[in-house]
Design a binder for this molecule. Structure first.
Ligand SMILES: Nc1ncnc2c1ncn2[C@@H]1O[C@H](COP(=O)(O)OP(=O)(O)OP(=O)(O)O)[C@@H](O)[C@H]1O
Length: 369
């Protein structure tokens, strides 16, 4: 089974325009569950389509199992049907005039698989995806989630080495999404298939993927496990894109060293001289509140308390500055109350003028880990 390697992969749809995918290099080892994550228009779908072979690269190379399947330099392009990848789109387009069983069987017929093997493979995959009971129904007689499972079964029956999923859960309601996420996890564990999944939903990516590749404007920003991406964002974009509620980001650039009582001045005083940090991030759950204001604790007043169902987001004011604090335990705070706020060194994420993460001993979550 192949590793997929992207080398400097680039796609420009319109000559002279900014590339939709810009020199992306990425290795997807066999059996990985990789999520391409990023805001709308950042090039996720374009990458997926190039891997599937339904879009040509404008530059760079895609290797599958060591073989170049798309390489402008080598003038090589392997057509989609020879790549052993299955692509499931956002709208999963089942054949409406065919039963579930026929839909699942369809691709195998095209591949001239023997009737006995076709039947065995279809039965197996429909049982695993729990749609065997609906074999004789037509797509219109199924719920959205059931249709989605048929679309997945149709792909899995073909035994693809790689399953490419383009936001396949986006048409489902919250409960079904949850159910289908569990389903996808099971598919990954049961079939051992490499899965590349496109999402703009960070929660989905964090809960499903073994590796996340964060993209912005065609460029890869960071590749890592969900935990790495969250705990050690490589740059400001990743820090601000991942996390809900969002990370608190304090601009340090406009405050002269040691000046004033504001939040930026407080943070600057704690950093080593010449550290070069122009922004400091702290995640809402890393803030600590204490009843008394001590020299270490910043005085803050409670500006708002927002329940979010099982957790709470508290808006804190320090003069003109605002910080958001989140907690899983019911807060014993009253509006306008003044408390002390601790911002532990190890929870501070520091970024330089280019937006890149700075490594400064003692600062930054699990930097030592
Ligand atoms: N066929 C096309 N012709 C011209 N431009 C295109 C084409 N397809 C995509 N683009 C542009 O390329 C960029 C990347 O698009 P892409 O669909 O890959 O992004 P995405 O991250 O998947 O977005 P979304 O999450 O909204 O689906 C966008 O600016 C888009 O407008």
């Amino acid at each position: 089974m192949p590793d997929i390697i992207l080398q400097g992969l680039t796609k420009t749809y319109t000559k002279g325009a900014t590339p939709a995918v810009d020199r992306v290099s990425l290795t997807v080892p066999h059996g990985e569950f990789l999520c391409l994550l990023g805001p709308s228009g950042c090039g996720k779908t374009t990458i997926l389509r190039m891997i599937a072979g339904i879009e040509h690269a404008s530059g760079g190379t895609i290797l599958m199992d060591g073989e170049a399947v798309d390489s402008v330099e080598q003038s090589r392009f392997v057509p989609p049907e020879r790549r052993r990848v299955g692509l499931v789109f956002q709208n999963y387009a089942l054949w409406p005039h065919m039963t579930v069983a026929r839909n699942v069987d369809f691709g195998l017929r095209l591949q001239n698989v023997s009737p006995a093997e076709r039947e065995a493979r279809c039965r197996d995959v429909m049982t695993k995806l729990k749609i065997a009971d609906y074999a004789k129904r037509y797509p219109a007689q199924l719920s959205g989630g059931q249709q989605q499972r048929v679309a997945l079964a149709r792909m899995l029956a073909l035994n693809p080495d790689v399953l490419l999923l383009d936001e396949p859960l986006s048409n489902l309601d919250a409960a079904l999404r949850l159910e289908m996420r569990a389903e996808l996890r099971r598919i990954h564990e049961t079939f051992g298939t490499t899965i590349i999944f496109v999402s703009h939903d960070q929660w989905e990516a964090m809960t499903l993927a073994t590796t996340i590749a964060v993209m912005d404007r065609g460029q890869l920003q960071q590749v890592g496990t969900p935990d790495e991406i969250y705990a050690r964002p490589a740059n400001r974009f990743v820090a601000e894109f991942i996390g809900n509620p969002r990370i608190n980001m304090v601009n340090l650039a406009d405050t002269p060293a040691g000046a004033g009582q504001g939040l930026a001045a407080h943070l600057i005083r704690r950093l080593p001289a010449g550290a070069g940090a122009v922004a400091c991030g702290i995640r809402p759950e890393e803030i600590r509140l204490v009843p008394d204001v001590s020299p270490d604790a910043l005085p803050v007043t409670v500006a708002g308390i927002m329940p979010t169902g099982g957790s709470w987001v508290i808006e804190l004011a320090h003069g003109e500055d605002r910080l958001f604090f989140s907690t899983q335990s019911r807060p014993r705070l009253k509006p306008a109350e003044t408390v002390g706020c601790l911002l532990p060194d190890e929870a501070l994420h520091l970024f330089n003028a280019e937006g890149r993460r700075l490594t400064i001993p003692g600062f930054g979550l699990s930097e030592a880990a």
